[in-house]
Design a protein around this ligand. Structure first.
Ligand SMILES: [Zn+2]
Ligand SMILES: [Zn+2]
Length: 325
């Protein structure tokens, strides 16, 4: 089978089709696999990973181990890439993202083991969620957003949104888009910013306050969410007293300068959030109830066109690989 391999550079590698070798294994024929900001960061940093990348996917079950109880061949499922061990101290506390079961780390498909940019993918029964059978073929694609939405939901949970707030979301990649959409649906006043003019024009059709630059924005915000990962200095001046600044994006080399006097005197909070715990299930349930959230977010590529998929300039929210059935 063809797989998108990364070892200092991206290339298609012909690999043997994997088979289940554990009684809890499930084998998935991948249908759609999403490219995430994490994948772009990995590729841009030139790491020598030496495995198949990709961590977001939906597909159908084509084989199951003898002990698998809740899944059947033919079921449509969402891959949960965060394969927490379930038995380390942090897993026992429910802090799955701090799992130390994989040589001190959380095992994440596409990050420290083979990922989902391949025709077939093997995982365990407890790391997939079923897509309900009453969901239409077209709507099924929405569930590719479960993993990024799970990360967003964990981040939002750290914020005080008990009252309706004025919120600024910086960046309209997948996480920024999902944060904006969910906060708008909850009734908050949400402003969003992205440097891509075409994207802003497209999003402005459904998002009331979408801007091309922070310079176009006036006033202060109760909450600011940086989904890019390097926008703290630019966004911070817009934060109100008692405000919360959440950083959701990852830019590994970015260092932040903080005016600590202002931070202390204004009683503000700076927060970070990465990965999720039980939010993967919550995200699936949320999307079941809000299938309209997908709208026109995907731009589809064949695996062979990985260079365009990764590096082409585009105003889409999410680039995805389509695998023929
Ligand atoms: Zn992701
Ligand atoms: Zn663990």
């Amino acid at each position: 089978m063809d797989a998108l391999y990364y070892d200092k550079k991206l290339y298609i590698k012909e690999m043997p089709e994997p088979d289940i070798d554990d009684s809890n294994d499930v084998k998935i024929k991948v249908s759609l696999a999403g490219i995430c900001g994490t994948d772009l960061t990995l590729v841009n940093e030139g790491n020598d990973l030496g495995h198949v990348i990709g961590h977001e996917a939906i597909g159908t079950i084509v084989a199951i181990g003898d002990s698998v109880k809740t899944l059947n061949i033919g079921d449509w499922v969402i891959v949960n890439p965060n394969e927490h061990c379930g038995i380390c101290d942090n897993c026992r506390k429910g802090l799955y993202y701090l799992c130390s079961g994989n040589e001190g780390d959380l095992a994440i498909a596409g990050l420290n083991k083979h990922g989902t940019f391949s025709e077939y993918f093997i995982t365990k029964e407890n790391f997939v969620e079923i897509i309900p059978s009453n969901i239409s073929t077209e709507q099924r694609e929405t569930f590719l957003l479960v993993e990024p939405l799970a990360c967003v939901l964990q981040g939002l949970e750290k914020l005080d949104t008990s009252e309706l707030k004025k919120i600024l979301v910086i960046g309209q990649g997948t996480m920024g888009y999902l944060a904006t959409k969910t906060l708008l649906k909850s009734g908050h006043q949400v402003y969003s910013v992205d440097s891509n003019e075409e994207k802003v024009a497209m999003l402005s059709k459904t998002m009331p306050c979408c801007f091309n630059s922070l310079e176009a924005i006036e006033g202060e915000f109760d909450i600011i969410i940086d989904t890019v990962g390097n926008q703290f200095e630019l966004g911070y001046p817009f934060l109100k007293r008692n405000g919360e600044f959440l950083i959701l994006g990852l830019q590994h080399r970015h260092k932040v300068t903080v005016n600590t006097t202002a931070l202390v005197q204004k009683n503000q909070k700076i927060l970070g959030s990465s990965e999720y715990t039980t939010h993967f299930y919550d995200a699936k349930k949320y999307l079941e109830a809000h299938l309209d959230i997908q709208e026109e977010v995907f731009l589809k590529y064949n695996l062979i066109d990985f260079n365009q998929a990764f590096f082409e300039k585009s105003s889409c929210i999410k680039r995805v690989f389509v695998f023929s059935n």
